[in-house]
Design a protein around this ligand. Structure first.
Ligand SMILES: [Zn+2]
Length: 550
């Protein structure tokens, strides 16, 4: 469905909803002219960006329970007894939708969803890059396997019990299916294994999965041939749900990887989401034009093709991801086991690094580690870390870090600023932080955890109107992922809303202090309840919902 159709459908649905029914049994009213409607909250004097891309206007917005019940010109709704929030001319926008996250398990540890709400994000879509947590066990405090969710619906039930502060949707990931059925087997699935993967995916789609994700760059997705993923993606047919992919390559074979993604989406529901779209290393920066062209061609042939991106030129993933061939295909147990205990294996890896490894080690930054001894290296690059380790080469430093038994997370600066700005200006690109939920006090990691949405906005408004950028942070992702009744401020929609000052809305996070709060946010509402305010005295509620996508 294109944007116009989505908005038309959404507004029609809203119009069909009887306002009287929404507002029954309340003595609190807002009135317009002679007609009264009941409401709990009345936002007055706000510059309303409704999320559709329409130019803003000064408005009043009335909310009853979890829904928006009335939108009218500023000053025309009169309150009778409900709570009035004077926006003082600030912007009111739909809550932002983070389409690319890894919050699958963090949602249990940090249901308050601090890092999301602090940016104005009210909906989080996890299960990306082929990795969805629901097939894994939840680990208790001592690392003991506590619970195995086993099926998609059961996982969502447990998320619901955790009562997250943001709305949560979840994708079903190919790597998780493959790992569950085949472990780290580097071979095609047998017919029986394929049957089991399909059964799990069909169950997930029937029980609310927002789409099917892959991470063909990671193990064990890397072991899968195109046909395997196509056969699974075929289960999406007729569902309206996207195939969402971290492509097999984002560097030297990125064009081939994009062609593969389009081929797989064609076997699915002709609906493709390219995750964190990019071209890595200067030798590939010129390929962006061709990528845009390929996506345009697919669109002209009838495919719904969109993408997401975080507004940084540093990516972030496990440091393990930079090991050169053939070590890149070693499964983690083997790699870490041998690196820890086998000096000759370490020497061979070092040799491979010198021969085929990346050269820009000053642009590989350690960002987080489970090993306490790695803490002094946070926000330092591999050249600096080598020096701190007593004069090691950066390659030796990487091997030493990986030999600790656990891979730290690292950031990799291989993207191009101009390309990023072009991507962020594209009408089909939405914001995806690629980050899980972080607690307010938790620094370390990548600044995108606390800074993606304000920085996406600040960067994209250099080439688009505010209304257009807000559309790509709200109604566009809602339409792409079939999140009904959200992403637009109009009667009948859920009251996920952010009151903010667009002039000062900005990220303050960097690699040294990743959890600095963005500026400009005044208040964040989720399902009609105040979920976040920088005013520490404000009483907030965890009112997020689990979104089971039909
Ligand atoms: Zn990814």
């Amino acid at each position: 469905m294109n944007r116009r159709d989505f908005i038309k459908r959404a507004l029609t649905l809203a119009a069909l909803m009887p306002v009287g029914k929404l507002c029954a049994n309340s003595g609190i009213t807002v009135s317009k002219g002679s007609g009264n409607i009941s409401a709990d909250l009345l936002f007055t004097n706000v510059e309303l960006y409704d999320g559709t891309g329409k130019a803003p206007f000064m408005a009043d917005v009335a909310v009853k329970d979890d829904k928006i019940v009335q939108v009218a010109a500023s000053g025309t709704l009169k309150r009778t007894g409900c709570t009035v929030i004077d926006g003082h001319g600030k912007a009111l926008v739909p809550g932002f939708i983070d389409v690319h996250t890894h919050s699958d398990s963090a949602v249990f540890r940090i249901p308050s969803a601090d890092s999301k709400l602090m940016q104005g994000v009210t909906t989080d879509i996890s299960g990306n890059c082929g990795s969805s947590y629901y097939l894994r066990g939840a680990r208790g405090a001592k690392g003991k396997l506590k619970k195995m969710y086993g099926n998609f619906g059961a996982y969502l039930d447990v998320v619901e019990k955790a009562s997250p502060a943001v709305n949560v949707a979840h994708l079903c990931g190919h790597n998780s299916l493959r790992l569950h059925v085949m472990n780290y087997e580097n071979r095609p699935p047998t017919r029986e294994e394929m049957r089991r993967m399909k059964e799990l995916l069909a169950d997930a789609l029937a029980n609310g999965a927002a789409g099917f994700s892959s991470g063909l760059y990671y193990l064990p997705g890397k072991y899968a041939a195109t046909d395997e993923v196509k056969e699974l993606a075929a289960l999406l047919k007729g569902s309206g749900k996207p195939y969402v992919t971290h492509m097999r390559s984002e560097s030297d074979t990125v064009l081939e990887a994009l062609a593969e993604a389009i081929e797989i989406a064609r076997a699915g529901d002709n609906n493709l989401q390219v995750s964190h779209i990019k071209t890595c290393f200067d030798r590939n920066w010129g390929k962006l034009d061709k990528m845009f062209k390929m996506m345009d061609e697919a669109r002209r042939a009838g495919m719904n093709v969109m993408a997401d991106r975080y507004p940084y030129i540093y990516s972030s993933t496990s440091l393990k991801s930079i090991v050169p061939a053939p070590f890149d295909k070693a499964n983690p147990t083997e790699l870490f086991g041998r690196l820890k205990n086998d000096a000759s294996y370490r020497a061979k890896l070092l040799e491979a690094f010198y021969a085929r490894g990346r050269k820009d080690m000053d642009r590989v930054i350690l960002v987080r580690s489970a090993i306490p001894e790695h803490r002094p290296y946070y926000a330092k690059n591999m050249v600096e870390i080598g020096r701190m380790m007593g004069g090691l080469s950066p390659q030796e430093a990487v091997v030493k870090l990986l030999s600790s038994g656990r891979a730290p997370s690292a950031a990799f600066g291989s993207m191009n600023e101009e390309n990023m700005k072009r991507i962020l200006a594209d009408p089909y690109v939405m914001c995806g932080s690629d980050s899980s939920i972080f607690a307010r006090r938790s620094s370390g990691g990548h600044p995108r955890a606390f800074g993606s949405f304000p920085l996406f906005f600040r960067t994209a408004v250099q080439s688009c109107s505010c209304a257009e950028v807000i559309r790509r942070m709200t109604s566009l992702p809602a339409a792409k992922f079939n999140i009904r009744g959200r992403g637009v401020i109009a009667p009948g929609f859920f009251a996920d809303m952010v009151l903010l000052d667009l002039k000062t809305y900005d990220s303050k996070a960097d690699f040294a202090v990743t959890n600095r709060a963005p500026t400009g946010i005044e208040a964040v509402y989720v399902n009609g309840k105040l979920a976040y305010s920088p005013d520490s005295g404000a009483k907030t509620l965890r009112a997020g919902k689990v979104l089971r996508i039909k």
